[in-house]
Design a protein. Structure first.
Length: 481
């Protein structure tokens, strides 16, 4: 199955134009869109008093189609138009509506509202009657179905500019838009249905992060596989009083399939680590030169979890960068370069991965997150600056590669808000890269598996649970091949 694209407003408009140029009339596309909304509505709601809110543009045109088709199925439907239709297609569909059109001066009463006021292309804040009506229906979001996006939600950013709708269900067309996947817009959309209206696939570099994106290249072992063929991963431990995070990462790497995982430990921490490790190997080092020698023959290295924000960590990162191993840099290994990000960027390769949360992101890429319109654009910019894969954590985790590819997670779990979960994620990424997976796809797959493991556990999850939940998620992927 093809990866599911996420399209900007401009890309969606281009897909519409291409379909029309190829011979599909614009009115036919609008009819299909309205029919898709009706199909979703009748599957989820019983016939009830319904008001369809129609704007002046093509989103309103979709609304007129919805009203007509619901009425034809016997639903009690009325239209409330915020303005006369202005686009040719909206005018044509409004002309086919012969039912009641309400005066917006009155309070609207209905059991169900269809929000077809303004779509993803809205460029400014709602005002006047539109703002007032949206504020009214926001009191009952469980009774609102949005066409394309809740009105007032810009499609490219998901950042409301003022009054913005909420919906229990949003029906969009052809592909999700950034507003459907980025918070806070994502939370305002409710359930999102992507309806096929017959548009051709678009050229895109932004995708939903799911197995469709990377499962075909997941590094499953074969009958001929042995442990060294399955990849060699090292994880650098922190000092004696900060060793647990590295062990979490190492266990994550081992559970996700890396054949040989080794914790490289300062001498002072050896006894502590040895007391907690079994299948994971342990090697001591004291200097960055010794660390470099130990990592010369490995495929991937994880450094940062509880490493300490110190000159030692900085020098250890630079030592690992000289080995040729793919690096996964997390937590302290990111923060330690906040005074001189270029020092880090100068040693990174395109197969290296940075895994910051927003605070760490700001330390390494100051001003980028605040200066861009959305997290996708900011993460892409960071990947370009670092010339490495960047994973920006959050409920809508974004992964971006230097070549422009990006993916947004849709399966984030609130149960991951617990200490150490990011350490396990770093280990997952390192374990997949060690097995030969492309670093961007490894970061995407690790993010998805990480969240699925959390969903499998639910309340009470702690980071130590995540590695042992991973086999169940992997089994599901393996069976679904």
């Amino acid at each position: 199955m093809a990866a599911k694209q996420i399209l900007t407003v401009a890309e969606m408009a281009a897909a519409d134009r291409a379909a029309v140029a190829a011979g599909t009339p614009a009115l036919e596309l609008m009819s299909r869109a309205g029919a898709a909304v009706v199909g979703a509505v009748v599957c989820r709601f019983s016939p009830c008093e319904t008001v369809v809110l129609c704007g002046p543009g093509d989103n309103g045109g979709d609304g007129y189609v919805v009203a007509r088709l619901l009425a034809e199925q016997g639903w009690p439907v009325r239209v409330a138009a915020v303005a006369p239709p202005s686009s040719p297609s909206a005018k044509a569909m409004a002309a086919q509506w012969t039912g009641v059109t309400l005066d917006l001066d009155a309070e609207l009463e209905a059991e169900l509202f269809i929000d077809a006021l303004f779509g993803a292309g809205l460029s400014g804040p709602l005002s006047g009657d539109a703002a007032r009506v949206v504020q009214q229906i926001n009191a009952v979001p469980e009774r609102v179905v949005a066409v394309d996006v809740p009105s007032g939600l810009p499609g490219d950013t998901g950042q409301p500019q003022g009054v913005c709708g909420r919906a229990a269900l949003t029906v969009t067309f052809h592909a999700r838009k950034p507003a459907h996947v980025l918070e806070p817009g994502r939370g305002r959309c409710g359930e999102v249905i992507v309806a096929d209206i017959g548009l051709a696939p678009s050229e895109a570099t932004l995708f939903e992060n799911g197995p469709d994106l990377w499962a075909a290249r997941f590094p499953w072992p074969t009958a001929a596989s042995h442990k060294h063929a399955r990849g060699r991963l090292v994880v650098v431990s922190g000092p004696a009083w900060s060793t647990g995070a590295a062990r979490l990462a190492a266990r994550g790497g081992l559970r996700i399939g890396a054949g040989v995982v080794t914790v490289l430990s300062p001498g002072e921490a050896l006894a502590t680590n040895a007391a907690h490790l079994e299948a994971i190997m342990l090697r001591p080092f004291e200097t960055e030169a010794e660390l470099e020698a130990l990592a010369t023959e490995v495929d991937a290295a994880v450094i940062g979890p509880a490493a300490g924000v110190s000159e030692t960590t900085l020098m250890n990162v630079l030592a690992l960068a000289r080995t040729g191993a793919a690096l996964v840099l997390d937590a302290d290994a990111i923060t330690v370069f906040q005074q001189d990000p270029e020092e880090l960027f100068s040693v990174l390769d395109r197969d290296d991965v940075l895994t910051p949360h927003p605070g760490e992101f700001d330390r390494l890429f100051p001003g980028v997150l605040a200066g861009e319109t959305d997290r996708i654009t900011a993460t892409r910019r960071a990947a370009e600056l670092a010339d490495a894969v960047v994973l920006l954590k959050g409920p809508d985790t974004v992964v971006a590669a230097p070549d422009g590819r990006a993916a947004v997670a849709l399966n984030g779990s609130p149960w991951l808000a617990t200490a150490g979960s990011g350490d396990v994620l770093a280990g997952f990424i390192g374990g997949l890269i060690a097995q030969g997976m492309d670093s961007f796809e490894a970061a995407c797959a690790a993010t998805w598996i990480h969240a699925e493991a959390a969903h499998a556990h639910g309340p009470g999850l702690i980071a130590e649970d995540l590695p042992d939940l991973t086999p169940g998620v992997l089994r599901g992927l393996y069976v679904a091949r």
